[in-house]
Design a protein around this ligand. Structure first.
Ligand SMILES: NC(=O)C1=CN([C@@H]2O[C@H](COP(=O)(O)OP(=O)(O)OC[C@H]3O[C@@H](n4cnc5c(N)ncnc54)[C@H](OP(=O)(O)O)[C@@H]3O)[C@@H](O)[C@H]2O)C=CC1
Ligand SMILES: O=C1O[C@H](COP(=O)(O)O)[C@@H](O)[C@H](O)[C@H]1O
Length: 539
């Protein structure tokens, strides 16, 4: 993906879209140098819904990271926009603690960043209010004879106001001298029908080139890494198919509950919250074929073309192919059960856990189950992809009396990014039996300094948007295809056709979940991990 390919910024004399030369790819630094064009122009970022949580916790820190890395132009203003009455200083005061918490000791830089932030009050359906913001900004935009004014509109608001604010921007706030881009946050509808409405609204106002649908999982380091891992190693691609792979398990676990978001969550549930979007995007990156090219002008569409093909090959999920759960308070009472949240109805049957299986009906994957499991208030926090290989026939013939563990490639997205391959070796010593060990790439050990200052998913994505790179944003047709897979299941869940099984918070989820998964993925109970002790690597 854009950052993951680590391709250097192209010298001006190289035509845009030309493939990266070998030297560029090989010598690429971990973080590409800032691209020149938009940095020499002026930029106004309108954060719509600036008074909210998303803007404070995710958008502002990402903009700060870009600011400290010199990825924002000198002539730049961030305008927080919302309905509530607030002064510039009040918005800065709300954002400062979040920035300070993550960047201790950077008070001066934080103040320099916040001096670029102002707040303007306005209605979301008022073209006059939005226009007034930019009338006032024109002077900044044109300072020092600047000819080009770029505008980024960041929608940190619920979808119910997308249509109003979109129309207001279109009528009163588009730059005539530079680009206009919209960053839109999920939820992108609740099912196929509501997505189509949203899509019609946005497409009626803006072009696909102006629209950046965010799925922040696409900005995570390990997901950005997937294209390189899959296609820049000759050892994986030949095995990446139904002949060698037995199953794929994609897991999302959180060890917290809905944490004050019960109101929102209850009308969505875990399937809409993370499976239909984040985990499906990961599945698409795992299952897709190689894009035509991994750099250049049309790269974004090449990647998305491949993802959408895979999504089209997945059959809609049946309610019989899933297990649902809902958490209750743990025995020690250290957390409230889901329905004890004041914003959740007492009789809610919204699932906070789901395990389901999907089938990619194409020549590469026919017959390989893709299992997804996701849950809130589980035993640990973890997001990973587990690719289980088949037992080699040779091993079955050679060791007829021994159970040979199967290889597994694990991509841990978080916490502590890692790629490890469970690999059999002979047990050292006099016995000749195979034993499962691992070839282990733990990012924090291997890329110590890089990981310490790793940019957030939002930082990468906003940077991609500033550079006009759409590969890590979701295209309209991908969203449509993903909704098609999940809508029948979601409608059945909404209609109460399957009730969630209760599970204790901080457990593994309902026992049926593990039973269900065990039909497709068998765990190796003998595997034991020995974390490397300090000094292990010394010769
Ligand atoms: N570089 C590193 O940091 C490495 C770390 N390790 C660590 O070693 C440990 C073992 O690794 P690994 O074998 O890959 O992972 P686990 O044994 O934790 O999990 C393997 C699979 O079995 C499932 N599972 C775990 N416990 C149960 C259970 N009681 N009942 C049913 N299913 C279960 C897991 O589901 P679920 O995901 O739901 O728990 C997962 O799908 C982990 O802690 C891992 O982080 C290993 C190698 C390298
Ligand atoms: O989109 C969402 O994602 C978060 C998990 O994101 P992460 O980056 O912290 O892994 C999840 O908690 C939330 O419910 C969901 O809406």
């Amino acid at each position: 993906m854009a950052g993951g390919t680590a391709v250097l910024e192209r010298p001006a004399k190289v035509a845009e879209g030309a493939p990266a030369t070998k030297e560029e790819v090989v010598q690429a630094p971990a973080e590409a140098a800032p691209a020149a064009k938009y940095l020499a122009e002026s930029l106004t970022i309108l954060v719509i819904g600036a008074s909210g949580d998303l803007a404070k916790k995710l958008t502002a820190p990402a903009l700060y990271q870009l600011f400290t890395r010199d990825y924002l132009p000198k002539q730049m203003t961030i305008v927080g926009y919302a309905r509530s009455e607030k002064s510039d200083e009040e918005l800065r005061k709300a954002w400062r603690p979040v920035l300070l918490e993550a960047h201790e000791g950077e008070e001066e830089t934080i103040d320099a960043f916040l001096s670029k932030v102002v707040y303007r009050r306005g209605q979301y359906d008022s073209a006059e209010d939005v226009a007034a913001v930019f009338k006032e900004q024109e002077e900044n935009e044109q300072a020092d004879g600047q000819q080009v004014a770029n505008r980024l509109f960041y929608f940190a608001v619920p979808p119910s106001v997308f249509a109003d604010i979109g129309a207001a921007i279109k009528e009163g706030a588009l730059s005539q001298t530079g680009w206009n881009r919209l960053v839109v946050e999920k939820p992108f509808g609740k099912d196929t029908e509501s997505f189509e409405e949203l899509s019609k609204t946005i497409n009626g106002l803006f072009t696909p080139e102006q629209t950046y649908f965010v799925d922040h999982y696409l900005g995570k380091e390990m997901n950005q890494n997937l294209l390189v891992l899959r296609f820049a190693n000759s050892m994986f691609e030949p095995l990446w198919n139904r002949n060698y792979i037995d199953s794929v398990v994609i897991t999302f676990k959180e060890d917290i509950g809905t944490e004050g978001r019960g109101g929102y969550f209850d009308s969505f549930g875990i399937v809409r919250d993370v499976m239909q979007n984040h985990l499906t995007q990961m599945l698409a990156l795992i299952a897709m074929d190689a894009p035509v090219r991994a750099s250049g002008e049309n790269f974004g569409n090449y990647v998305r073309d491949e993802k959408v093909k895979v999504l089209h090959a997945i059959k809609p999920i049946s309610i019989d192919d899933c297990v649902l759960g809902q958490y209750t308070a743990p025995d020690d009472g250290s957390m409230a059960g889901y329905t004890e949240d004041d914003t959740v109805p007492d009789d809610s049957v919204t699932p906070t856990y789901a395990a389901l299986v999907m089938h990619v009906n194409n020549p590469r994957w026919a017959g390989v189950p893709f299992v997804m499991k996701a849950g809130k208030a589980l035993d640990q926090k973890k997001v990973e992809v587990r690719i289980k290989f088949k037992t080699p026939v040779a091993a079955e013939c050679m060791f007829p009396d021994v159970r040979v563990p199967t290889n597994e490639l694990v991509l841990r997205v978080q916490p502590n990014e890692a790629v490890y391959m469970k690999t059999n070796v002979k047990m050292p010593g006099l016995a000749g039996v195979p034993v499962a060990t691992e070839l282990d790439l733990s990012y924090r050990t291997r890329f110590d300094d890089k990981m310490a200052d790793s940019p957030s998913a939002y930082t990468r994505l906003i940077l991609d948007c500033l550079r006009g790179k759409q590969a890590s944003f979701v295209r309209d047709d991908e969203l449509r295809a993903a909704w098609k897979i999940f809508t029948p299941l979601l409608h059945d869940i909404d209609a109460g056709k399957k009730q969630p099984t209760k599970y204790k918070a901080f457990s593994r989820g309902p026992a049926e979940g593990d039973e269900f998964v065990s039909q497709f993925y068998k765990r190796d109970p003998t595997y034991e991990w020995h974390p490397p002790a300090k000094g292990d690597a010394k010769m």
